[in-house]
Design a protein around this ligand. Structure first.
Ligand SMILES: [Zn+2]
Length: 231
């Protein structure tokens, strides 16, 4: 038996009655598990197959396959599903986790970050995509990339107004070291990165950034994510 705190990050049907869920667990990283008879009307575990559900799962293991025997819900984050934009943003968070989280590899810092971002999306009135941008910045930091440097990663010169994100290395460079595979980080974008990195999730609703700048930084963060983790 394995007892673990986990968040449901993916679900799919399995036959007529069962469901297969993917969990981001605190103790063991990614876990795939089956929930039996979960689609029957009287099932008490319906909640445990829903996306975003944060619960304590009791799992039985047999030949490397897990089956949920019971689950106790801490928070379903149900409110996320009632807002189209927030839902899409939270689905992006889950997509990222499905790529980053590995089996048998705990990542407590990322687990806590995930709970914080889901809480903000469920319960707080935050400008669209700010929580997602902050989460992506945390992902890069968690994986060893630093966006918040004041020095060029190549020549160590102090960065002035001109700075570039090198897509081939994921590092921030000065204008002299930048090449064709770099994207300019404008003054406004850098300021937005700084705000987002420094503010706590529970104060994110006090931040109001220019929509175009948010669009630009999200595009850059997504491109960087693809180059770092999808090749
Ligand atoms: Zn340089």
């Amino acid at each position: 038996m394995l007892k673990t705190k986990a968040i449901v990050i993916n679900r799919q049907d399995s036959g007529d009655k069962d469901a297969l869920i993917t969990l981001f667990s605190l103790e063991k990283g990614l876990i795939k598990a089956k929930i039996k008879s979960v689609k029957e009307a009287k099932s008490k575990q319906k909640f445990a197959k829903e996306l975003f559900c944060f619960a304590e799962f009791l799992l039985a293991e047999k030949n490397g396959f897990y089956t949920v025997t019971s689950a106790e819900c801490f928070d379903s984050f149900y409110e996320i599903t009632t807002d189209y934009d927030k839902f899409n943003e939270a689905v992006q968070v889950l997509k990222i986790l499905k790529i980053i989280v590995l089996e048998n590899e705990a990542n407590p810092a990322l687990f806590i970050e995930t709970l914080k971002v889901l809480k903000v999306l469920a319960y707080s009135n935050v400008q669209n995509n700010l929580a997602l941008c902050k989460f992506l910045l945390a992902i890069f930091f968690n994986q060893g990339y630093n966006f918040h440097t004041e020095r060029c990663s190549n020549c160590n010169m102090e960065l002035m107004d001109d700075r570039y994100l090198c897509l081939s290395s994921g590092e921030v460079l000065c204008s002299f070291c930048s090449d064709d595979d770099c994207v300019k980080i404008s003054y406004a974008m850098n300021k937005a990165f700084k705000f987002l990195s420094e503010i706590d999730y529970d104060r994110l609703n006090t931040l109001n950034l220019n929509k175009n700048v948010v669009h630009e930084i999200l595009q850059l963060l997504n491109r960087n994510f693809e180059r770092r983790f999808l090749n």
